[in-house]
Design a protein around this ligand. Structure first.
Ligand code: PLP
Length: 375
């Protein structure tokens, strides 16, 4: 927390707005919409809820297909199953680790031939890195498929100067505890379509029709954000740009200290983009660096340093057994490769320089002992 949050929480208490609506919710929506340059924003209880609402608004239902990035957190795709629809997973490409336009093109072409085009494409911006939006949007436009941009990890990032999360028909942000700013739990749906956003608010408040009594025609959800938590969000948004700078400083220090190591390759930053560097991630080529990701995770854990593998691709998850998958290239499963060789280093903005140097020294010492020529 930055300290600014308490002011807004206090407002909520003093005005007795302890409800899933209220002035903080309205203001937080306006502030996010203005920050990212979207016409409208709807505050919800989680990023997952925002993705679910986007699919509902696009009338995704049983039997429909939805294309989705494979290398992502499971929450990107779970709402496809909530709707009874079928996911189809698209591989990553090596430059951004995000959705491969080439794999998407093959998937769309095949679907068009079969007369089985998806109802939506969910594009994820992993670890703050923007996907190749121009290429992806052009393909989706060609086939007239709406795009949902899962920007849960990329709030504060920009693609060609434009804020991440505003490229598709709908954009999704998350304020879960692990994200760059948090409300403890929460999310936001953004769009330029005001009519659709009106319907999003309606669906998120149990789809209550306009009547004195309780009247319902449609299936709704209890997905609104509490006015107390929206207060935390308002305080957090004030420090978002500082957080992004801190995250980028953390990345730069890791890069300066570790990028010379043979076999270490940091996640690139696509030209003309600005990543919030939510997590510092890199791949380790075991044959060259002399240590596997798993061994390095163990070494760090023994020093009480928490690092993580990168997301396990969804096409490899038992939950999605048998789901169709389009690799970047025939025989080149990029997301699987990234999973097997990728590591996320500690990237919390509350880390001190000394904390970070302890991580760096631990990695350097391990490599010197295991494989002296690696340095
Ligand atoms: C965190 C996250 C979500 C889900 O957000 P919640 O607020 O936790 O529901 C969705 N997609 C990605 C890529 C995420 O990292």
């Amino acid at each position: 927390m930055s300290g600014n949050e308490l002011k807004y929480i206090k407002d909520a208490f003093e005005t007795n707005w302890i409800a899933p609506l209220g002035p903080n919710v309205d203001a937080f929506e306006k502030e996010i919409a203005s920050y990212v340059g979207a016409n409208e924003a709807v505050a919800v209880s989680s990023g997952t809820a925002a993705i679910h609402l986007a699919l509902s608004l696009l009338e995704v239902s049983k039997g429909d297909k939805v294309f989705c990035s494979s290398l992502t957190f499971v929450a990107s795709a779970n709402p496809i199953l909530y709707q009874g629809a079928e996911p189809v997973f698209i591989d990553s490409e090596p430059e951004t680790w995000n959705m491969s336009p080439r794999a998407l093109e093959v998937a769309l072409r095949e679907a068009a031939i079969k007369g089985d085009l998806p109802k939506a494409v969910i594009v994820v911006n992993l670890y703050g890195q923007s996907a190749k939006m121009d290429e992806i949007l052009m393909l989706c436009k060609e086939y007239d498929i709406p795009v949902i941009e899962d920007a849960a990890e990329s709030l504060g990032s920009r693609y060609k100067g434009i804020p991440s999360g505003t490229f598709g028909k709908y954009g999704v942000y998350s304020f879960n505890g692990n994200k760059i700013i948090t409300t403890s739990g929460g999310g936001m749906l953004v769009s330029n379509d005001s009519e659709a956003m009106k319907k999003a608010r309606f669906l998120a408040t149990q789809a209550r029709d306009h009547a004195r009594h309780y009247q319902h025609r449609l299936l709704g959800y209890n997905y609104r954000l509490s006015n107390v938590l929206a207060g935390i969000g308002r305080g957090q948004l004030e420090v978002l740009d500082m957080r992004v700078m801190a995250k980028r400083d953390i990345f730069n220090r890791y890069f300066t200290e570790l990028s010379e190591i043979q076999g270490f390759e940091f996640m690139p930053e696509l030209q003309n983009t600005y990543s919030n560097r939510w997590l510092t991630t890199l791949t380790i080529n075991k044959a060259i660096a002399g240590i596997s990701v798993n061994d390095l995770l163990d070494v760090l854990a023994n020093e009480n340093i928490e690092a993580r593998p990168v997301w396990k691709p969804l096409h490899l998850q038992p939950l999605f057994n048998g789901v169709k998958y389009y690799p970047h290239n025939e025989g080149a499963d990029v997301s699987k490769q990234l999973f097997e060789t990728g590591i996320c280093l500690p990237s919390g903005t509350n880390m001190t320089d000394d904390d970070q140097m302890r991580v760096i020294d631990c990695i350097k010492n391990t490599l010197t002992i295991k494989y002296p020529v690696g340095l």
